[in-house]
Design a protein around this ligand. Structure first.
Ligand SMILES: Cc1cc2nc3c(=O)[nH]c(=O)nc-3n(C[C@H](O)[C@H](O)[C@H](O)COP(=O)(O)OP(=O)(O)OC[C@H]3O[C@@H](n4cnc5c(N)ncnc54)[C@H](O)[C@@H]3O)c2cc1C
Length: 406
């Protein structure tokens, strides 16, 4: 059966009125992790929905990004549940997992390697007898208080499906709305470069004419901002000598730090290649000034409360801007609640509980970068745990509870 025919069959099956055990919304790393864990818990009849089943943003946008986690953690992820292990065992080598196995385990790798592993697992899970993959989007879900079930509307299915559980693994995307100051500086003609593009060196180089002068404003000091600075500097110091960068930052760089058995700033600090490059080139006490990067990068402190004044002086003359100021949850399906058949459906405002992965409505759960676990380190710092292995560790604990209590 061709892929297209198998999705058509899935669409027909999706419209069946037999309730699903769960509808899993999203086919990124989190969706893959949820499906693997639900199967591990013997949850039957899963409807898995995604517009592409191409491993989410790690494959679409971050293939050229160096990982901030060691290869060993990607392998640990791939081998964490039996359904994944069965896929690995039945996929001829070399495959995406054997490629990971042959890399140095304590170092990072390009995220393309992790994305390929997700693609392999996603394809394998599609062949599982309890998984019905449906290409498209979940558009809405209504919780019926009488039947205690969800009715889920789908873009590519003739009618809604009924399910006991719905799991939102819908992801997050870079915040790209213009900075408030741009309202006051509308005369400036600055081309916005999307963060996704700036994180992909092969695409970024095409954004500039090598022989025309360009000045790029980079906003932020996050992991993504440092990678963008490095990508731009690599262009400026090779093929694009007329490229200049103005780096607007209001925070000192913060690094993840290994402690005894745990990591301080594990989710918020710089790690991997980004940390190494920042330590060598961007730090204070003369390091930045002595580094060759300072020939192309001008560091501009945007002190809290005085940002606008700084932008007003420094932004004119910039031709491009990259904002690396965080990620926000992608839109979720319309959620409503009804007292029962025939009763009107009222909008449902959902509140996520980050210790259990539940929303405060029966049978609604979340996972992944949009709905991560909240963790507290031994110093009492609170963070949200984002990363393949962290999704897995959380869901191995949470999914048995989800299944037991429904
Ligand atoms: C720059 C960057 C680098 C990172 N590096 C690492 C790293 O080195 N190591 C690591 O472990 N983690 C890393 N992460 C963190 C994390 O692993 C990734 O962000 C990961 O892609 C998040 O997966 P996700 O499944 O939650 O979301 P996504 O990958 O965004 O997937 C969401 C999926 O849901 C689909 N979807 C959305 N709405 C609907 C709908 N209504 N119906 C159906 N489908 C829907 C989307 O189309 C998409 O396919 C990094 C994150 C970033 C931003």
């Amino acid at each position: 059966m061709s892929r297209r025919e198998s999705y058509a069959t899935a669409a027909a099956a999706a419209s069946s009125r037999t309730p699903y055990g769960a509808v899993v919304v999203g086919g990124g790393p989190a969706g893959i992790t949820v499906v693997g864990n639900l199967l591990e818990q013997r949850q039957q009849k899963l409807l898995w929905v995604d517009p592409a089943f191409r491993a989410g943003r790690v494959n679409a946008a971050y293939r050229e990004v160096p990982s901030n986690t060691a290869v060993a953690l990607f392998l640990q992820f791939a081998q964490a549940v039996e359904p994944f292990q069965k896929i690995i065992d039945s996929t001829p080598e070399p495959n995406a997992v054997s490629v990971l196995r042959n890399l140095p385990q304590d170092k990072g790798c390009d995220l393309s390697k992790a994305a390929d592993m997700c693609l392999m697992l996603s394809k394998g899970l599609a062949g599982h007898p309890e998984v019905n993959q449906l290409l498209g989007k979940v558009t809405a879900a209504t919780f019926d208080k009488t039947s205690n079930q969800w009715t889920v509307s789908l873009e590519n299915a003739p009618s809604p499906v009924v399910a006991s559980n719905v799991v939102l693994c819908t992801g997050s995307s870079p915040i790209s709305s213009p900075l408030p100051i741009m309202e006051k500086m509308q005369d400036l003609k600055i081309n916005a470069i999307h963060l996704d593009l700036a994180l992909a060196p092969s695409k970024l180089q095409k954004a500039f004419n090598p022989s025309s002068p360009a000045t790029v404003a980079v906003i932020g000091a996050s992991h993504s901002a440092i990678l963008v600075l490095r990508n731009l500097y690599n262009l400026a110091s090779t093929s694009h000598p007329s490229l200049q960068i103005k780096w607007f930052t209001r925070n000192k760089l913060r690094y993840a730090e290994k402690k005894d058995g745990w990591i301080l700033r594990d989710n918020t600090g710089l790690k991997g290649e980004a940390a190494e490059w920042a330590r060598q080139n961007l730090e204070e006490n003369g390091i930045f000034e002595k580094s060759p990067v300072s020939r192309h990068i001008k560091k501009i402190w945007t002190e809290k409360g005085k940002e606008d004044a700084t932008y007003q002086v420094e932004l004119p003359g910039c031709t491009h801007m990259v904002q690396a100021i965080g990620y926000k949850q992608d839109p979720i399906p319309d959620l409503t609640i009804t007292e029962g058949p025939g009763a009107p459906a009222e909008p449902l405002t959902v509140v996520y509980e980050p210790l259990s992965g539940r929303f405060f409505v029966p049978g609604l759960f979340g996972a992944g970068i949009a709905y991560p676990e909240r963790v507290t380190d031994p110093y009492g710092n609170v963070e949200y745990a984002v990363g393949f292995w962290k999704f897995m560790r959380f869901l191995k604990r949470a999914v048995p509870e989800w299944v037991r209590q429904r």
